[in-house]
Design a binder for this molecule. Sequence first.
Ligand code: NDP
Length: 250
Amino acid sequence: MFDLTGKAAIVTGASRGIGAAIAIGLARAGADVLLVSRSAPKDDVAAALDAAGQRYAHHSADLSHVESIETTIAAAMEHFGRVDILVNNAGIVRRGSFLDHTLAEWEEVLTTNLTVPVFLAQAAARQMLIQESGGKIVNICSMLSFQGGINLLGYAASKHGIAGATKLMANELAKHNINVNGLAPGYIDTDLTQALQRDEARFQALSARIPRGKWGKPEDLVGAAVFLCSAASDYMHGHILCVDGGWLSS
Ligand code: NDP
């Protein structure tokens, strides 16, 4: 049910953090994986992919520009000849108060976290339709798909946006046997959250609210990601799956 043998996956933002963990997880489940990011995957990521034994390649692209969409699909076709799975994971945050948030920050975050993922999903879905064998699209959401948070205006807007777009895509693509779902991490120890973790007062306040009692690691997302990319979730459409240590329930 969870076997991904013969499937070709694209994982954006896979050089490190959550995307790298998901790319490795998909490869271990049997998928060939195209890793998309500006920088090459770290050595330990490449070593884990080597050990997984599936085909993988890195496509260097800047996903803050819409031009990256076409090159990403082309790279997947060049390496694997098909696209069965897309994990829209790459994301950025620009922290600062609402009153100080600039239009440039807003546009950079919205393009990277919402515009490119949506139109990359559209391009992937078009290829899946040509293949006539369905597909899986997983959009990485956030607790900020449900809550407003503070000091990250563009991020909260983009993560609410991708959750809504996920549901629309799910509605329109379900009849084509394409599952579109969201995966919403709680607070995870990655480069993205270093500033938050260094802010001692905020770190303590956030940590105290997590029922599990600790922040998550990128590996904590892998099981749910494999599930959403596999036949095990074939009847799931438009769901936002939270892996958050209980945060949203607390
Ligand atoms: P990291 O900062 O650790 O990694 C981000 C990844 O995205 C890197 O591989 C980076 O690669 C890539 N990336 C960023 N900008 C671009 C770009 N312009 N073009 C191409 N690739 C880019 O982040 P996380 O692993 O923490 O986050 C991954 C996803 O999970 C994001 O969507 C984030 O919003 C979401 N998330 C994270 C949470 C957390 O607590 N960490 C909580 C909720 C959601 P490179 O720099 O090499 O281009």
